[in-house]
Design a protein around this ligand. Structure first.
Ligand code: AMP
Ligand code: ZN
Length: 484
């Protein structure tokens, strides 16, 4: 497999350090708010990478952190702690906020068929790990204590910038316009490893350390958690492109200075999902979430398909129109798979091999997911039996994770029911399984009224049902009801 490596700016053949395991690390969410669908674009594409590595036979160990302390409102060392900000906003404790948004994150991931990494570690669990690393960095002269904080001394490195040929002046993290320069820093790119109470009095979570009571910087978390669970070397480190600088740059600086050798071989960065007005952000307060997509009637997996249709190294513009198109494509795809009829025929192994080779060729080429989706259409068009097609689609879906087989099975069942009841164009489903001719007749009358654009009558019927304690949800070609 070829993978683009941001550290070398080249597509390279992927060769793991150890034959029996691929070590993979992902920067996890900062749990002070819901994840926006931009964050989730990164997690979807990283999920595809992990699943594809497993698909081609690797054993993968994937670790992810949960940032529940230390990430300040600026990615450098300025501003408030994001967690503290979230806690203040919601009049809750930092730990309550962390628990709530961690659960919300995994619930969103589940809806998007994103697998939970093998190890998920909250940053607040590993304080001893950070102290161990910082102590060695102090002992070896890579870190210094100033004004109550411990800083990493970037002047000790032969090479600090890794991912881009940055103009150092453009990236002055300490001296951006409007931000007071941190006079404790010896060099403008130095970053905090450990804050003490001297700087942030209102920090909620604090721990004892050799340098005073305080808390870790954001960057040290990822190095500490990664080294704790994956050891002294790492195959692939992932994150969104905004993480490349300063976060990943600082991770490399401290990890390699601590270990005394090269740390990570491949860096995968996912480009951003933007809106037409620019970058998506949690801190703006108004952002797109999976729940919002659901409220508007979209299947979260249509969003996953939307992401798969473009390459992870290109930025992607979100619009409702684009999502409508993805939802339409997804529905059509499911309908086409539902039209395949399993008949217990023998699997055509030549067809499987030919179809799989297109799929793997696409993903072997730096995870070209849009061509991998095209390979699905090749399966539908291929001249072979339906059992073979369904087997290949199920196989591809181990990586694409679009629930293609489950959704197509459900659609097939729905169509069968419609055929039996002769209500081809309208299905009524009761959530409890109860059948009630009167309610079904009212729902049918409501659908007819809507078809005739008599919306007043349709609303009247909905109200009539509501008065009877019946809640109605529209579904494609039908309605679902339940008693409330
Ligand atoms: P955070 O919760 O802010 O720490 O970010 C979680 C992940 O989402 C990180 O890997 C970020 O790089 C990534 N990310 C942030 N914004 C976007 C975006 N608009 N599109 C894609 N990924 C993003
Ligand atoms: Zn990280």
């Amino acid at each position: 497999m070829k993978l683009y490596n941001s550290a070398t700016r080249k597509k390279e053949e992927f060769v793991p350090n150890h034959p029996d395991i691929v070590k993979m690390y992902t920067c996890g969410p900062t749990v002070y708010h819901f994840a926006h669908i931009g964050n989730l674009r990164s997690y979807i594409m990283e999920d595809v990478l992990e699943k594809y590595l497993r698909y081609i036979g690797y054993n993968v160990k994937r670790v992810m952190n949960i940032t529940d302390v230390g990430h300040l409102t600026s990615d450098a060392d300025e501003g408030e702690d994001k967690m503290l900000k979230g806690a203040k906003r919601e009049h809750k404790s930092v730990m309550e906020i962390a628990k709530f948004y961690t659960d919300a994150f995994f619930s969103d991931c589940k809806k998007l068929n994103i697998k939970t990494p093998d190890v998920v570690e909250p940053a607040t669990n590993c304080i001893d790990e950070y102290i161990k690393i910082i102590t060695k960095l102090m002992d070896t002269g890579y870190a210094y204590f100033a004004g109550g904080n411990v800083y990493f001394d970037t002047s000790k490195l032969e090479r600090y910038y890794i991912f881009n040929d940055f103009n150092a002046d453009d990236l002055d993290v300490g001296v951006r316009e409007g931000v007071e320069e941190d006079v404790n820093k010896r060099n403008k790119n130095d970053f905090v490893l450990w804050f003490t109470k001297s700087k942030f009095e209102d920090q909620a979570l604090k721990w004892d350390s050799p340098w005073g009571v305080g808390y870790p910087g954001w960057h040290i978390e990822c190095s500490g958690i990664c080294i704790k669970h994956l050891g002294d070397d790492l195959d692939i480190h992932c994150g969104g492109i905004d993480n490349a600088f300063p976060h990943h740059t600082n991770e490399i600086a401290q990890s390699e200075s601590y270990l005394g050798h090269k740390w990570c071989n491949y860096w995968m960065h996912v480009l951003h999902l933007n809106t037409s007005s620019g970058k998506m952000s949690k801190s703006k307060g108004e952002f797109l979430t999976v729940s919002l997509l659901e409220e508007k009637g979209y299947d979260p997996l249509a969003y996953r398909l939307f992401c798969l249709q473009s390459h992870y190294r290109k930025s992607l513009v979100f619009s409702w129109e684009n999502l409508d198109n993805a939802q339409g494509t997804y529905n059509k795809l499911i309908n086409r798979i539902a039209a395949l009829k399993p008949a217990g025929e023998e699997i055509d192994t030549d067809a499987v091999a030919a179809l799989k080779s297109k799929f793997t060729a696409a993903l072997d080429n730096d995870l070209n997911t849009s061509l991998a989706v095209t390979a699905l259409y090749d399966v539908l068009k291929y001249s072979t039996n339906d059992d073979t097609k369904l087997a290949v689609i199920a196989d591809f879906d181990r990586v694409l994770s679009l629930s293609l087989i489950e959704k197509a099975d459900a659609r097939r069942e729905e169509l069968k029911k419609q055929a039996v009841s002769g209500t081809n164009e309208f299905t009524v489903i009761s959530e409890s399984g109860e059948s009630n001719a009167e309610i079904e007749a009212l729902l049918k009358a409501r659908a007819d009224a809507k078809k005739a654009k008599n919306f007043a009558e349709a609303d009247r019927i909905r109200e009539e049902l509501k008065a009877q304690g019946i809640e109605v949800t529209d579904i494609p070609n039908g309605a679902k009801w339940k008693r409330i």
